[in-house]
Design a protein around this ligand. Structure first.
Ligand code: ZN
Length: 196
């Protein structure tokens, strides 16, 4: 089932999410719905708060990145198989130089901006079989995870921009929260709802 994606401006995107209850019988269905919702919106990642569930769960399919230019062979090898579910993840280490890359977000479809992030992370999580996993990731794979991990911490990529940039984007962000945009997938706009 395709779920509406929560737009920038909604509180669920700003709060730290709670641990996933792995006894929850609806979890498999939720994960299936999240995949469907993400693919429908042509996303490479989706976090549970973006569909209104404030729990520590996100999923990533970074395989579309293999067509990007300038990737090393090693990176392509990692990205071409990078389809994963992260349950109750914890980033246990972040290393390396900060580097810039233009990010977008399914909750903020009218904005794409350069975001600076560290090069390497190590993350501990449960996969969809509730098996413990620890991964060390670099470059784009690390970045996508960092972006999604931020979502369950209540952080959006626009929060990481400079104060000047944020000021410049204020109008666009307001349009996004009010629903004055035309995304090509279903979204929920909190500001719009309140006004009616
Ligand atoms: Zn996002």
């Amino acid at each position: 089932m395709i779920l509406p994606i929560i737009a920038y401006g909604s509180n669920v995107l700003k709060v730290k999410a709670s641990p996933v209850d792995i006894e929850d019988r609806n979890l498999n269905k939720l994960i299936a719905d999240m995949w469907e919702t993400m693919y429908n919106a042509n996303g490479v990642g989706l976090a549970a708060p973006q569909i209104g569930e404030s729990i520590r769960l996100f999923l990533i399919d970074a395989t579309p990145f293999v067509n990007d230019e300038g990737l090393s062979k090693k990176e392509v090898e990692v990205l071409k198989n990078f389809k994963r579910v992260f349950i109750n993840p914890k980033i246990i280490n972040e290393n390396g130089k900060e580097w810039n890359f233009t990010e977008g977000c399914l909750s903020i479809p009218n904005i794409r901006e350069d975001v600076s992030r560290k090069e390497e992370i190590t993350i501990h999580f449960l996969d969809e079989q509730y098996k413990e996993q620890t991964l060390t990731l670099n470059g784009l794979a690390a970045r996508v995870v960092q972006h999604e991990y931020d979502h369950i911490e209540g952080i959006l990529f626009t929060d990481k921009l400079s104060p000047l940039k944020k000021r410049l984007l204020k109008g666009k962000l307001n349009n996004n929260s009010k629903g004055n945009i035309k995304p090509d997938y279903k979204m929920l706009f909190s500001a719009k709802k309140k006004r009616k």
